[in-house]
Design a protein around this ligand. Structure first.
Ligand code: GTP
Length: 171
């Protein structure tokens, strides 16, 4: 029969990487050029219906500013899935993403955590600092799935959440 699954999903990554923008694209179909920086964290829900299951996501969109770093464990503990986002126009944000991956691997306490590495702002290809292959390679070495997205054009945004829902439904 059709399963109903509730899944906690957390987004982590440097400030300005586009976490809120990805969630707003997915949940509301919107994009704002002047998206305000998140304070603490923001909470969203969205339901995705698959053939095999209905997945209700409880989405925690964390704040990337360093001063909120200590709050992060509250949001990733108990999560079924984590999306680590970087801005592909910023090598710093890629380095920051790697730190998040390490922290999740050490601290999340969930060997079955579904992890995605997401290179966002794919529409800004002329400003790219991180090659597709670099992100892909790092993800592969660390057992994460990898996607390049654009919250602005919606490239790969639904794909990201559908892929996670499918994995959650299989688990
Ligand atoms: P914090 O809340 O500070 O952690 O940032 P965040 O990761 O949630 O980033 P946010 O979604 O606030 O986006 C930061 C800025 O980047 C905003 O001005 C967005 O409009 C812009 N932005 C986000 N995603 C994209 C994208 O895919 N393409 C382009 N061109 N701009 C984007």
């Amino acid at each position: 029969g059709n399963k109903n699954i509730q899944a906690k999903l957390v987004l982590l990554g440097d400030m300005g990487a586009g976490k809120t923008s990805l969630v707003l694209r997915f949940v509301k179909g919107q994009f704002h050029e002047y998206q305000e920086s998140t304070i603490g964290a923001a909470f969203f829900t969205q339901v995705l219906s698959l053939n095999e299951a209905t997945v209700k996501f409880d989405i925690w969109d964390t704040a990337g500013q360093e001063r909120y770093h200590s709050l992060a464990p509250m949001y990733y503990r108990g999560a079924a899935a984590a999306v680590v986002v970087y801005d592909l126009t910023s090598m710093d944000s890629f380095q920051r993403a790697k730190k998040w991956v390490q922290e999740l691997q050490r601290q999340a306490g969930n060997p079955k955590l579904i992890m995605f590495l997401v290179a966002n702002k794919a529409d800004l290809n002329e400003k790219r600092q991180v090659h597709n292959e670099e992100g892909e390679q790092y993800a592969k070495e660390n057992g994460l799935s990898f996607l390049e997205t654009s919250a602005k054009t919606a490239q790969n945004v639904n794909e990201l959440f559908y892929e996670i829902a499918k994995r959650v439904a299989k688990a």
